[in-house]
Design a protein. Structure first.
Length: 317
């Protein structure tokens, strides 16, 4: 299928998985009774390699580990919170400690499921996943890198966790971008002293803010990070050369954030960079609604982010 801004991010990812399964008879997929349009296509084309285990994430991971030990390339799919929280011990011991080739696919990063309330808000899973041994962690930004991660990155050996979205978003990358790097730098030159960083769905908004803050004299660069672990520290350090102001914005609790990693790298690399981290306070709000309303509730809407940046750096608009 054609992958573009009109492609649901789940379908972009499973389009890549479908191509993998067409070329590898050992590739199998398990789902904990969770669906997507392209997943239905996979079920039709490969009924003998598609397994719906029902709402039983712990059992799904046990099955996945057994299949992987027998040489299968396994994809296991559910909602982020249900996958990481319910099956944490099984993932930690059966998959990660054993360093098995299992691709964990969790849909629901950030406020993807905004209307379903806190039980479905994926604002804690990232930090948990990043603490697990041997587990590589990725966070999709658009349909292009969603497809790439499934088609190419998932083929690498070892346990992996892909945080994906549902719905459509504008394209940030194009087919010519080198996605192997795991991060993308936009609107940059050596004269730019300010850099905004984000990941996932909210990257699109943060890039708009970077554009809004730019003027003819002072350009603001933007960096999207979609490979969270292992984090390419040498590349990141190279990309932030000459930067004096850096802002990290994300849809995660502060305690479960990639921003903590970035802050640590910056503190070791340079004492001359002023760093602002904008994430979610650990306050449980039983608020639900569309994604914009939830972002506003947590002060992560465009105006709130811009106000925090301008106030912190005393920028005059």
């Amino acid at each position: 299928m054609k992958i573009d801004s009109n492609t649901d991010l789940r379908d972009a990812f499973f389009s890549g998985v479908k191509e993998v399964m067409q070329n590898d008879i050992n590739a199998v997929i398990l789902t904990a009774d969770h669906g997507a349009f392209l997943l239905s296509e996979i079920e039709k084309e490969f009924p003998e390699r598609y397994f719906n285990v029902g709402i039983s994430e712990q059992n799904m991971i046990n099955i996945a580990s057994g299949m992987a030990m027998k040489g299968k390339s396994v994809y296991a799919y559910s909602i982020n919170n249900f996958l990481i929280f319910r099956a944490l011990e099984q993932i930690n011991i059966n998959i990660c400690a054993m360093n098995l080739n299992v691709n964990l696919i969790g849909t629901g990063a950030g406020f993807t499921y905004s209307t379903d309330g806190f039980t479905h808000h994926g604002v804690q899973d990232l930090g948990i996943a990043m603490s697990l041994p041997n587990l590589s962690v990725f966070n999709v930004t658009d349909s292009i890198n969603s497809y790439y991660l499934a088609k190419h990155t998932s083929l690498k050996s070892g346990p992996k966790y892909f945080r994906i979205e549902k719905g459509t978003v504008p394209e940030l990358y194009d087919q010519t971008y080198d996605l192997e790097k795991g991060m993308g730098l936009f609107n940059d030159n050596t004269k730019n002293e300010m850099l905004l960083i984000s990941t996932g769905y909210i990257s699109h908004m943060v890039k708009e803010i970077a554009d809004n803050l730019s003027n003819n004299l002072n350009k603001v660069s933007f960096l999207d990070i979609f490979k969270m672990k292992p984090f390419d520290e040498p590349l990141f350090v190279k990309l932030i050369e000459n930067k004096k102001k850096i802002v990290m914005v994300e849809e995660n609790f502060y305690s479960s954030s990639i921003g903590n990693k970035i802050s640590s790298v910056i503190s070791r690399y340079s004492k001359n960079i002023d760093f602002l981290h904008i994430a979610i306070d650990e306050e449980i709000k039983f608020h639900y609604g569309n994604r914009d309303s939830v972002l506003t509730e947590y002060s992560l809407d465009k105006k709130a982010i811009l106000d925090k940046i301008t106030y912190y750096f005393k920028i005059n608009n």
